[in-house]
Design a protein around this ligand. Structure first.
Ligand SMILES: Cc1cc2nc3c(=O)[nH]c(=O)nc-3n(C[C@H](O)[C@H](O)[C@H](O)COP(=O)(O)OP(=O)(O)OC[C@H]3O[C@@H](n4cnc5c(N)ncnc54)[C@H](O)[C@@H]3O)c2cc1C
Length: 460
């Protein structure tokens, strides 16, 4: 009965039970979660989303919202033993308006991130959210996970790009909060409840987004050095010389560079030899300023080498190295992923202490700690030992993860910097957030989704 109602709401092009298509939607990017669903629906308007949610509610049937399915915590996959309807936002992909003079754009939730970046550029504007999955992830998914990516240092996370939202609530009501105001202190800022809520509080159907002037004179460089603690010093020096124009600052360890060069065809080392650490950075403003900062560091023996990209091709070759790390790591067997953050000033100490503890207790594992160090965010991944022995690696996985998260907690950090909680970190959230924070989260969930119909069992 419910399935027939849903089919009639979305029309013949708006649903599927085709096993081949379903397979693509029921498997998470890392293959860690497999799900099942009696029906996949693709509504094409906010009204259809609202009707779908109302019908599910009337039948007491839960649903899971899915964007581009690039999330890394299992949040977009329905439970394997459940009967949740899977609601894909991919047909809600219209850009409703772009205003160059207002520096804003209103886009439906199913718009692919890369499309939004291009649309902004076509209007002579810049949309800064950028991540390796940008060709597949959707703005609704980015907002629901409060995605980070490579430009957080300058522009903030997805949360910072949103001016207003349109949301279908758990009872099917449509809340139109698509204001493009820069200042608005009229009561609670409701849009921020939905940002980062991973589909558990409402279905985001459209967003009003901030645009920026185009970036001019962007310089991309890769710098090699021996001591991880220098990365944070270099960032501070660059911010001194380039002002607030440092856009990206990504740490890459030697092991990640080796994995990429070995496994990803077409990637070349920027230097004649390998180095212990690299930073891939982007900054605008004076090229002379950047060159002289790097030259001073070379003269002082703080860095071993540096290359500034001279063309778009060289720039994209450098970024390809950074963006290929996760893919390259897959060739090295199983790995444990820890997307964590600590205060920027504690990064070096955090790395030193955590690596030392792991190396003393589990000397065979391979630590691949890389990422958005300018935001205090590291992907502290641990690959299985070279001499593969998956069973014994998995047997110590929980102990390794506890070392990382306990260390993060001791620095006042977060066990999830940008990927969210989903199913993957649900137990960890309960362990590392205070009882009062967890209780507040439950109160919000209870208020907005009292019947627990939206993405049940995820986050809290
Ligand atoms: C190669 C690769 C690199 C990545 N790099 C980064 C990175 O640098 N930074 C980063 O932050 N993330 C990164 N990610 C993770 C992922 O791309 C982001 O979490 C992204 O924001 C997810 O968007 P999505 O559209 O794929 O969402 P999905 O995976 O489909 O969904 C994610 C969550 O959001 C919910 N959701 C989706 N759409 C909606 C909606 N319209 N309304 C309500 N809830 C919704 C889902 O229920 C789920 O809980 C990366 C992933 C990959 C595969």
């Amino acid at each position: 009965m419910l399935l027939d109602t849903l089919k009639s709401i979305v029309g013949p092009k708006g649903w599927s039970t085709d096993p081949d298509l379903l397979k693509l939607h029921l498997r998470e990017w890392r293959d860690q979660y497999l799900g099942s669903t009696p029906l996949l629906v693709f509504p094409s308007s906010t009204e259809q989303v609202s009707e779908v949610v109302k019908a599910c509610r009337a039948a007491g049937n839960a649903l899971v919202v899915q964007g581009g399915n690039t999330g890394l915590c299992g949040g977009a996959i329905p439970r394997v033993d459940g009967d949740e309807i899977l609601l894909s936002m991919s047909r809600m992909n219209r850009i409703r308006s772009v205003s160059a003079s207002d520096f804003s754009m209103v886009a439906e939730a199913g718009c692919i991130l890369e499309t939004l970046q291009r649309t902004a550029a076509d209007a002579g504007r810049y949309f800064p959210l950028s991540l390796a999955a940008e060709g597949s992830c959707q703005i609704g998914g980015n907002l629901s996970t409060n995605a980070g990516g490579i430009n957080v240092l300058k522009f903030g996370t997805a949360r910072d790009q949103v001016l207003g939202l349109e949301v279908v609530l758990a009872d099917g009501t449509i809340w139109n909060g698509l204001r493009t105001l820069r200042k608005d202190t009229a009561g609670y800022d409701l849009k921020h409840l939905f940002v980062g809520s991973e589909g558990t509080l409402g279905v985001i159907t459209a967003a009003a987004l901030k645009l920026y002037p185009p970036i001019r004179n962007l310089h991309t460089a890769i710098v090699a050095f021996d001591d991880a603690s220098f990365a944070v010093e270099l960032l501070a020096s660059l911010r001194d010389t380039q002002g607030d124009q440092v856009y990206a600052f990504e740490l890459i360890p030697e092991i990640a560079m080796r994995f990429v060069l070995q496994h990803i065809p077409g990637c070349r080392s920027p230097f004649a030899e390998l180095h212990r650490w690299y930073v891939l950075l982007e900054a605008s403003g004076s090229l002379e300023g950047l060159e002289s900062t790097l030259m001073n560091c070379l003269d002082a023996g703080q860095i071993s080498d540096a290359v500034i990209a001279k063309s778009d091709q060289e720039r994209s070759d450098l970024w390809r190295i950074r963006h290929s790390i996760s893919e390259a790591q897959k060739f090295e067997g199983r790995s444990l992923k820890h997307d964590v953050s600590v205060p920027i000033g504690s990064i070096a100490e955090f790395l030193e202490r955590t690596v030392a503890t792991i190396e003393s207790e589990f000397p065979e594992v391979r630590i691949v700690a890389f990422g958005h160090v300018g935001d205090g965010n590291l992907h502290f991944n641990i690959s299985e030992p070279k001499k593969r022995d998956q069973a014994s690696f998995l047997a110590v996985a929980d102990s390794l993860t506890s070392i990382v998260y306990d260390s993060v907690a001791s620095f006042g950090g977060s066990i999830s910097a940008e990927h969210g909680i989903g199913l993957f970190k649900k137990e960890m959230l309960a362990k590392y957030r205070s009882p009062i924070e967890l209780q507040l989260m439950r109160t919000v969930k209870q208020a907005l989704d009292p019947e627990n119909l939206l993405n049940p069992g995820k986050v809290i």
